[in-house]
Design a protein around this ligand. Structure first.
Ligand SMILES: [Zn+2]
Ligand SMILES: [Zn+2]
Length: 783
């Protein structure tokens, strides 16, 4: 007989891990105890060699959503224990966050709500230790029912028995509830008047079938729901929401339905069905019944599966795919409170499906895409927050990184864990700032830290920078935008540096007064040097050029063709400029030539905007990045969807297909030429070649593929030069431009012999930058 102390770290709290350990210990036949503590879970087990080995083996494979990140076992003296018990641990020691992310409804709970004989049949708030709300209902620590928005609901005797029984799936399930004792749904009119004559879910489904828009209170906030197959409903939603072209997410009942609407690979299916349940961007099928208005101008559609019992019931009742878009007027944060929703959404929604469980912290849906065969988060929020990013080296003291301006999230790093906050959105309105401040305060409360090191972007005008500087702290550390991106990618992969960091995005404050965003840096956490960048172009009118990419196209043409006569001639012939008033063109050219109100920018995203405007004849964008994304998709045209589609039908029994960007990669054989001048990648030869092709009638898809190939080839050449100068360092690809699979996969392929890291759970774009800020600040403060 022996004894083992087994330490487990990972997602092991609030996910039914201890009861599961209790059950397998009894099955295997070992005695001892299990308890939770700040760092994870400790098991002390006593038994024979075979039993203990079996226990350790089984502990490595917990059921989802639990995850074991690290398991260590050490011998301890045998104790003559006769039973295996769950010990309720005393608080104390440095706190690691004990609140897990919100978890999608588990299969057991889904069966119960669909079983007419079950006492939770049709009950929208069913959950257990493997599933249900967590972060969004937590009001404090420790994570216990009194510190959640379930506190007002007194458990009935049946629920209490489940809660108290370690053999029950609902043992210590803090949000445990049933129709007798738990939250209730009610349907409201658009004025907030209860409609007691309508059964809430059936009534909502009927209204949606009639083409109405219903605001539905979900886990982290309200969605606006409507019939995703109805052009009329979509047109109404776009009109009322003042949103012309930005795609809407669609919720489908299950994976079978997902395959009806989109070409879904095995990796994408796994991501869709994961406990985190993000929105997954996938190519839609040509014959999908989804309304074109879902995503009018892209072949991609954002699908998600139901993640609460309410969603399962609603999808079943509606019997159709539903648009489920975050309910917020224009760019403000997602609505979370019933009365706030009526006040802010009364003009948009025809009715409200509400309930009386409060949302403590708003949390938007996460958005993911499979890039280079790997799940990559574009927006990391519900389902992932507040799961920690494990740090290879603990921070010296708690640090707050406040993020940047767009797609803001913040990060609190303490000990060897970094906690990214929920998606806040663009910090350009008061509501978003309020949400930002409240979410930072909630995270600090939960972690019980008040960081004295605060990291912010170098841009003095960002509200996040102003917040950071306005807060009392021992150290305020400004971190260069692209250095933070690189550090974020390093942190995600546990790299200590130095690395060759390729940081490509739209905009970031550069120390030389230009806007950076095409940077190849040699960096570790404490410092960076720029190895290469792109020749800058003038943004005529500053930010106006981002909304009107014809201005960027004009700057590219003006720069590439130099003398007035040639440029004049081209401006007359290129279609993108045809609709622009002559006066605007003249003023913009004057700005470009004089540099007045025309800041210089090196962002690769801006080149996508400018080439996209030229190639696709898209003088304007209705939201940031719109033309850049369209330009990316132009290089992965119909044949690629078509090919996969045919393969899908040819590949029984599973609908899964192996998709690849083969057509686009074919195009990579012929990149446009780029020059290299004093370490700067010069795109003028690319512009000249692309314009020649355009005027010769070459298809935009081909031009886009050659453009991508040129960026990839130039990047790979500079990375190899960096490796020649600094050694074969690991390479990280980071920044919002790497939401583009073609760019990420192309550079990876071109550098196949090097160690190249891309993002996974931390977004490549500004939604991941706060992590890098925090770690750079930590390194600078230590030094
Ligand atoms: Zn469950
Ligand atoms: Zn109950």
């Amino acid at each position: 007989m022996r004894g083992l102390r087994i330490e487990i770290r990972g997602t092991v709290q609030g996910v039914g891990f201890r009861p599961w350990v209790y059950r397998i210990a009894h099955e295997v036949g070992v005695a001892g105890r299990v308890h939770n503590h700040a760092r994870g879970v400790t098991i002390e087990a006593f038994g024979g060699d075979g039993e203990l080995d079996t226990l350790v083996a089984r502990l490595r494979e917990p059921p989802l959503p639990a995850r074991v990140r690290e398991l260590t076992a050490e011998e301890i003296p045998h104790e003559p224990a006769s039973d295996f018990v769950i010990v309720h641990s005393a608080e104390g020691g440095p706190r690691a966050l004990s609140i897990p992310p919100d978890l999608a409804t588990c299969p057991d709970c889904e069966r119960e709500i669909k079983d007419p004989a079950n006492r939770r049949s049709g009950y929208a708030f069913t959950n257990c230790t493997s599933c249900g709300p967590r972060f969004t209902i937590a009001t404090g620590v420790p994570y216990d029912r009194p510190a959640t928005t379930m506190a007002p609901f007194l458990m009935c005797p049946a629920c209490q028995r489940e809660y108290d029984d370690p053999r029950d799936r609902r043992f210590h399930a803090q949000p445990n509830a049933c129709p007798v004792c738990g939250p209730q749904l009610v349907l409201w009119s658009h004025l907030g008047v209860p409609l007691f004559t309508e059964e809430p879910i059936a009534g909502t489904a009927a209204r949606i079938a009639r083409g109405e828009i219903v605001a539905v209170k979900g886990l982290g906030g309200f969605h606006l729901a409507c019939d995703a197959t109805s052009d009329a409903a979509l047109a109404k939603l776009r009109l009322r929401k003042h949103r012309d072209e930005k795609p809407f997410a669609v919720m489908v009942a299950d994976l079978v339905a997902a395959h009806v609407h989109a070409v879904v690979s095995a990796e994408e299916a796994a991501l869709l069905a994961s406990p985190e349940r993000p929105i997954v961007l996938v190519p839609r099928r040509p014959d999908t019944p989804l309304a074109r208005g879902i995503a009018p101008e892209t072949e991609l559609v954002g699908l998600m599966l139901p993640y609460t019992p309410l969603h399962h019931l609603l999808l079943a009742a509606a019997a159709r795919p539903l648009v489920m878009t975050s309910a917020n007027p224009s760019d403000e944060p997602i609505c979370a409170d019933n009365h706030e929703a009526v006040a802010r959404l009364g003009d948009i929604a025809d009715a409200f499906l509400v309930h009386d469980r409060e949302i403590a912290t708003r949390c938007d849906d996460s958005v993911a895409r499979v890039i280079a065969g790997q799940p990559t988060l574009i927006r990391r929020s519900r389902g992932y927050v507040p799961r920690a990013v494990a740090l290879a080296r603990a921070v010296a003291q708690p640090v707050l990184g406040v993020g940047a301006q767009l797609k803001n999230t913040f990060c609190v790093a303490t000990g060897d864990s970094a906690y990214l906050g929920p998606h806040i959105g663009d910090l350009d309105n008061v509501a978003a700032l309020d949400f930002f401040e409240a979410a930072v305060a909630r995270m600090e409360d939960i972690l019980q830290v008040r960081p004295q090191v605060i990291a912010h972007d170098l841009h003095p005008g960002y509200p996040s920078t102003q917040y950071a500087r306005g807060r009392d702290a021992l150290r305020h550390v400004g971190v260069q935008h692209h250095h933070a991106h690189v550090a974020s990618a390093m942190a995600e992969h546990g790299l200590t540096g130095p690395v060759i960091g390729v940081a490509y995005d739209g905009t970031g404050w550069g120390p030389d007064g230009t806007s950076w965003g095409g940077e190849i840096l040699i960096a570790d956490y404490a410092r960076y040097e720029r190895f290469a960048t792109f020749r800058p172009i003038a943004l005529a009118g500053g930010n106006q050029a981002i909304k009107e990419p014809w201005r960027i196209a004009l700057a590219l043409v003006d720069d590439a063709f130099g003398d007035d006569a040639a440029a004049d001639h081209l401006i007359d012939r290129l279609a993108v400029f045809a609709g622009v008033p002559q006066q605007s063109l003249t003023v913009a050219r004057w700005m470009i030539r004089t540099g007045i109100h025309a800041p210089l920018a090196r962002g690769v995203g801006r080149f996508f905007d400018g080439f996209g405007a030229l190639g696709l004849v898209r003088p304007e964008a209705t939201y940031e990045g719109q033309v850049a994304v369209a330009w990316n998709l132009a290089a992965t045209p119909g044949p690629y969807v078509q090919r996969s589609y045919v393969a899908a039908d040819d590949a029984p029994p599973g609908p899964y297909v192996q998709r690849s960007y083969v057509p686009a990669v074919d195009g990579l054989a012929d990149p446009y030429p780029a020059a290299l001048v004093r370490g700067e990648i010069d795109v003028r030869p690319m512009v000249r070649a692309a314009v020649t092709d355009l005027l010769a009638g070459v298809a935009p898809g081909v031009i886009s593929a050659r453009f991508h190939a040129a960026i990839i080839a130039a990047t790979a050449e500079r990375v190899r030069a960096a490796a020649a100068a600094h050694g074969a360092l690991p390479v990280v690809l980071t920044g919002g431009a790497f939401h583009n699979p073609l760019l990420a996969e192309g550079i990876r392929a071109a550098l196949a012999d090097m160690s190249v890291y891309t993002h996974g759970e931390v977004p490549p774009g500004d939604g991941g930058i706060a992590l890098g800020q925090a770690l750079v600040a930590d390194a600078i403060v230590r030094a």
